[in-house]
Design a protein around this ligand. Sequence first.
Ligand SMILES: Nc1ncnc2c1ncn2[C@@H]1O[C@H](COP(=O)(O)OP(=O)(O)O)[C@@H](O)[C@H]1O
Ligand SMILES: [Mg+2]
Length: 371
Amino acid sequence: MSKDMLMWDETIFRNPEILELDHVPEYFAHRDSQLQSLKFTLRPAARGMRPLNCLISGPPGTGKTTAIKKVFAELQEHVKNVVFVKVNCQIDSTRFAVMAKIYENLLKVSPPSSGVSFGKVFQKVVNHLIASDKILVVALDDINYLFHEGHADEVMYSLLRAHEQYTGARIGVIAIVSDTGAMYKFDPRVGSVFLPEEIAFPRYEYGELQDIINNRVYHAFFPHVVPSEVQEKIVEYTDLTGDLRIGIDLLKRAGLNAERKASRTVSIEDVEKAYEASRLLHLCRSIVSLNEHEKTLLRLIAQGKDPQTGELYKEFHEITQLGYTRFYELVQKLNALQYIDADFSGKGMRGRTRIIKTRYNPADILHCLEK
Ligand SMILES: Nc1ncnc2c1ncn2[C@@H]1O[C@H](COP(=O)(O)OP(=O)(O)O)[C@@H](O)[C@H]1O
Ligand SMILES: [Mg+2]
């Protein structure tokens, strides 16, 4: 056996847990101003005041969730009169589930699962806060997943108006929006009470990705396992989407690919193979955030339904009952979100697009739509 081969009980990973996506990294660079702003909005809570509300936005994989986790953990050490609760709205995706999560965090038991309304659970949350003289800070992470059927508006409205309804209630709200291109506006009722400090998490620049990935490689693998040109390849792939999650997932999968071959080093091919799996991760995650009508339209386009013969609109209309104006708006939206390329140059009737193609491999889109 060559010395380049791993023995069965050997590994190239020094600390594999560092490549898990829920790992909170010790090295969290290039986000100092965002961390400062976030702490600034929460500072009033330490003095017993209602904190400022906050709207955090940015593309996926730019450190939004990590920043919240870091700041909550740090502040919780110092302030005892404040309860910090982070709700993952992708998991708790209804108004009731969100409020139940907050209730659980505060009262350390779950609310009854049936026979109680959202309003009742909310009232108990507020009563508990007032009775225990505590301030609540709620981070609604990936609130996009609550945008359907007014769930987000109702949760926000209740939390933001609590102090008007119940004297002494002190609640601050941090809404975290992962913008995949789709814009969402809160109901005007919410807008008039939200008035948030806005904190943007822009895409990382190439050099920043290089730095962060370099640090991850150093901690996750033994020395000399990831050659510099291989690491550079991973940075390049990560930069295509700007999503650091892709980079970290690539490191893990490429490492596993190398180990499968009992290799002591990760090769470019290991990365290429891993990328096939990782890039779908990104596409699928953004497709999940589309609504049902948008998904239906995207599916028909990926299936190759022809816009020119009217086949595309006809089938869309049969499934959704929506008219041409709405159809045309959704085509424009999918175009703006860069799922499709639509050529609007066709003469004649408004919106008679001649060519509509998916920007991704149609099979990949259909794969994600099936999940
Ligand atoms: N500045 C950073 N330094 C180190 N790791 C980071 C940084 N920003 C993000 N990450 C890592 O990238 C992944 C995605 O970050 P996350 O906070 O979940 O992004 P978001 O919530 O914006 O989608 C996580 O595994 C996180 O550890
Ligand atoms: Mg997140």
